[in-house]
Design a protein around this ligand. Structure first.
Ligand SMILES: Cc1cc2nc3c(=O)[nH]c(=O)nc-3n(C[C@H](O)[C@H](O)[C@H](O)COP(=O)(O)OP(=O)(O)OC[C@H]3O[C@@H](n4cnc5c(N)ncnc54)[C@H](O)[C@@H]3O)c2cc1C
Length: 468
């Protein structure tokens, strides 16, 4: 029987990063993955393929709507070749997942392809893909089994027309009318992909705002921008039935007055969140406790109630984000090596990759109000930037929230072009506990979108932005 210092179950961004860090720290490491490709949700059916399609559809939209203004004439009609678009996306996925295999080999990590299930707290049975069974012994195990799309109890996902994000990443035709249930990150990103490709897109959301959980100012500005792009929104609507009738999908919901509204489309994307995934893991054989929401219960060190078993990523509490899973993978590896690592969960940025992009770190205005923190706010519109006008990407703003007394930055919220990358400045500043004045006094290259961060900091610290 093969013996390991650490066995990692699941090869998503949590699992594979944990495995690499364990190997770097000198531990004999195995990783167990039930699918033939490594990388988990993120690389196979999540972050990477969705960004590939967002990018392709963005190019198409630019060609159709903006090239002429830029002085680029295309003879003939610009057309979507969905098959090629999906195939390019798949190529990106294959390249990326092979990269993880390379990293496993480089770090001498043993990869087992098969379903891992606990025999007891130190042994894992693996139902190998080749039909054989194997058991490995591990001093420590890291559960990194991730999550799966969740649904509503009355919805029967047929995965053809009533679909989740996984199917939406490989459709064979551009829907005529896609009904998106859920105005969160995944629904909006994939909704925008198909809107750009020519679908009518109707979002039905239970809450009274999209991207709930992010700063209210961002929700409003994103909805304004997506409405300009002709996406339709129905907020405060409680979906109560989703039926397929031939090639049509009929969605019924109650609006906020309790009146029934019917939506008809040819596809319905159900994007109401994700559920932690522990099917087949046999956690009970190891004595590992799950909480009431099916997540593996962990303490501040990501240790389960069984001292040699840890859990990370989407399968535990907290934001379901790839970079959060990665940080947790590193934390557990370093803890096992006797180090004292730390994660500041307040500084895990959240990003929506629509265009305009939305990104945030730290506290929202709503949270600061609720916590009774005295704060000041500085906001700067993207449209006032030379860079934004040069690229004709003028929607959005940067907002910096700072402590009223000390000027320490408490939150950075932004919407606009390239915000997914820009937010790192906010994370860095907050990690070093910068004041708004610190950011305002740093030189920001001109012309860049980053100048909006400096200007918002100027507005927050002394209410003296230069360019408005
Ligand atoms: C459409 C979409 C877009 C997204 N975009 C982003 C984004 O832009 N940025 C971002 O930060 N996050 C994004 N996410 C979320 C991100 O994908 C997840 O937060 C991340 O993948 C979680 O990583 P993980 O390692 O915890 O689990 P996962 O990536 O889910 O990996 C878990 C792995 O464990 C394997 N597994 C499960 N059980 C077993 C078992 N018993 N034995 C063996 N293997 C097992 C699974 O097959 C899977 O490969 C997106 C998600 C979706 C669906």
């Amino acid at each position: 029987m093969n013996q390991y210092d650490v066995a990692v179950i699941g090869s998503g961004p949590g699992g594979y990063v944990a495995a690499i860090r364990c190997a770097q720290l000198g531990m004999k490491t195995a990783i167990i993955e039930k699918y033939p490709t490594l990388g988990g949700t993120c690389l196979n059916v999540g972050c990477i393929p969705s960004k590939a399609l967002l990018d392709s559809s963005h190019h198409y939209e630019d060609a159709v709507k903006h090239f002429e203004e830029h002085g680029i004439d295309i003879p003939g009609e610009v057309k979507v070749n969905l098959e090629q678009m999906i195939s390019r996306k798949q190529g990106v996925v294959e390249q990326t997942t092979k990269g993880i295999q390379f990293l496993m080999d480089k770090n001498k990590i043993d990869v087992y392809e098969g379903l891992g299930s606990f025999k007891d707290a130190t042994h894992i049975n693996i139902a190998l893909a080749n039909g054989k069974k194997e058991t490995v012994e591990a001093k420590n195990t890291i559960i990194a089994t991730g999550s799966k799309p969740s649904t509503l109890p009355f919805i029967k996902l047929d995965k053809e027309r009533i679909i989740t994000s996984t199917e939406a990443l490989k459709l064979k035709e551009v829907p005529k009318h896609m009904i998106v249930i859920g105005g969160g990150v995944i629904g909006l990103e994939l909704g925008q992909v198909y809107k750009r490709l020519g679908s009518e897109v109707t979002v039905v959301e239970f809450m009274d705002r999209i991207i709930p959980g992010m700063d209210g100012g961002l929700s409003k500005e994103l909805m304004r921008s997506l409405k300009k792009q002709k996406m339709k929104f129905n907020l405060s609507h409680k979906v109560k039935s989703v039926e397929r009738v031939g090639d049509e999908v009929v969605v019924k919901a109650d609006d906020k007055k309790g009146q029934e509204v019917t939506f008809k489309g040819d596809y319905c994307l159900v994007s109401v969140g994700r559920r932690p995934y522990t099917d087949g893991l046999n956690a009970e054989a190891a004595g590992v406790k799950l909480d009431e929401r099916g997540r593996v219960e962990v303490n501040d060190h990501l240790q389960t109630n069984v001292s040699n078993i840890y859990a990370i990523g989407d399968v535990v509490r907290g934001a379901m984000l790839a970079h959060k899973a990665e940080e947790e993978g590193t934390l557990v590896a370093e803890t096992l090596a006797g180090q004292k690592p730390h994660i500041n969960y307040n500084l895990i940025p959240g990003v929506v990759y629509t265009w305009p992009e939305v990104a945030a770190v730290g506290k929202t205005e709503e949270q600061l109000k609720e916590e009774g923190v005295a704060y000041k706010s500085g906001q700067f519109p993207m449209r006032a930037l030379g860079r934004a006008r040069a690229s004709m990407d003028i929607d959005g703003f940067v907002k910096i929230l700072a402590d009223k007394k000390t000027d320490e930055v408490l939150g950075v919220h932004m919407i606009g072009a390239r915000c997914a990358d820009l937010i790192t400045e906010g994370v860095t500043a907050m990690e070093f506990r910068a004041s708004a004045e610190d950011i305002a006094r740093m030189s920001h290259a001109h012309p860049t979108y980053a100048e909006a961060v400096k200007e918002a900091a100027l507005a927050a610290t002394e209410d003296r932005p230069i360019h408005i």
